[in-house]
Design a protein around this ligand. Structure first.
Ligand code: FES
Length: 176
């Protein structure tokens, strides 16, 4: 069987292929340049992304999610909510940074949250580490029902206004 003629041509004779390769090279360089401008390598930028989670259902003011299988954080974009697990603890946070409400990021490789705007840093339990923010991440009230965690969207606690409720806004999967 004869192969199509263009398959036998040297690469540099395929004008359209060359144009496409050049376009892709330029696009990749543009993306790499933009990430570098932000101080991010492509790998680092990937680590900043939060995986999305979709609730099983809602019930009144509560949103019901399956208990996360492992450590990390996921975002419910429709509710601006972060569901996070650290070992046997489950938390639900507001996505908004307590400083100026910028959407927070999860740095999976460092196991903590960070605000991309002014670089405030938070531990996996939402507690404040450093930066311009003056309090920890805001927590929603949570409770467990079997294999699910129920987040009450009408109860969002600020650490500086209600420390006891903020501290209690956690589901423990087993005894500490
Ligand atoms: S908006 Fe997050 S630290 Fe300023």
């Amino acid at each position: 069987m004869n192969l199509p003629v263009h398959n036998n041509r040297p690469e540099d004779e395929c004008g359209a292929c060359g144009d496409r390769r050049e376009f892709l090279r330029n696009a990749a360089a543009l993306v790499a340049g933009a990430l570098a401008g932000l101080g991010l390598s492509p790998e680092r930028a990937h680590a900043l992304q939060l995986q999305t989670i979709i609730p099983l259902r809602t019930s009144g003011k509560e949103v019901i999610y399956p208990i996360p299988a492992g450590d990390g954080a996921m975002i419910d974009k429709d509710r601006d909510l972060i569901l996070a697990r650290q070992a046997t603890a489950i938390y639900a946070f507001s996505l908004a940074c307590p400083h100026q409400r910028t959407a927070l990021k999860w740095l999976g490789d460092q196991g903590r949250f960070q605000c991309p705007k002014h670089k405030s840093k938070y531990r996996p339990d939402g507690s404040y580490i450093s930066g311009r923010a003056t309090r920890s991440m805001d927590r929603f009230a949570v409770r467990r029902d079997g294999g699910n965690v129920l987040v009450n969207l009408s109860q969002l606690f600020r650490e500086d206004q209600n420390r006891a409720a903020w501290g209690a806004a956690v589901v423990w999967l087993s005894e500490k």
